[in-house]
Design a protein around this ligand. Sequence first.
Ligand code: IMP
Ligand code: MG
Length: 185
Amino acid sequence: MQNQYVRKTVIQIHDKHFVPFITAEEIDEVIDRMARQAQEDLKDEVPVFIGVLNGSFMVVSDFVKKYTEPCEVSFVKLASYEGMTTTSEVKQLIGLNQNLEGRSVVVIEDIVDTGNTVAELKKIFEGHNLKQLKIATLFFKPEAYTKDIKLDYVGFEIPDKFIVGYGLDYDGLGRNLPQVYQLKE
Ligand code: IMP
Ligand code: MG
């Protein structure tokens, strides 16, 4: 049975319209390529793949099914709260309950936009004495990226336009879409 969204060309979520952008088949092929690259790089390790919730749940699920060597899988959430002064926003990692010392960790993101999230994650993981940290992201918006942190595995480089589907939401909706839609002009 087809998802209600798949049949329609233009879909509406809340107040906005979206058009099909990347198919489920294209996503599948690209994740396969990413997993094979990671496996080649990490064949002598038992890596820990860490998905960043909520958006990464679909990509992590598909990625690890294509990674055929031993690995661990875990999820974290990055929560922000106001610090002691109103201007300082402090990021905190929720859900990391494992010693990662000496491990090869691959953070898996759904999308890297400005890079702020990746920068926070990198800073936090630097305190864990890892053997190595690699970053994987299904989507990357180079025009919006403000950091110089290297992204090791990038699925799609996309224009700086809002997308939904395959884990990504617009104000809570759209995460369940098996394909990706782009905001209609
Ligand atoms: P950052 O700017 O790289 O820190 O990305 C922050 C977060 O913004 C991502 O983890 C996504 O949750 C969200 N985000 C950025 N671009 C999009 C988009 O096009 N669609 C949906 N969410 C997005
Ligand atoms: Mg995210």
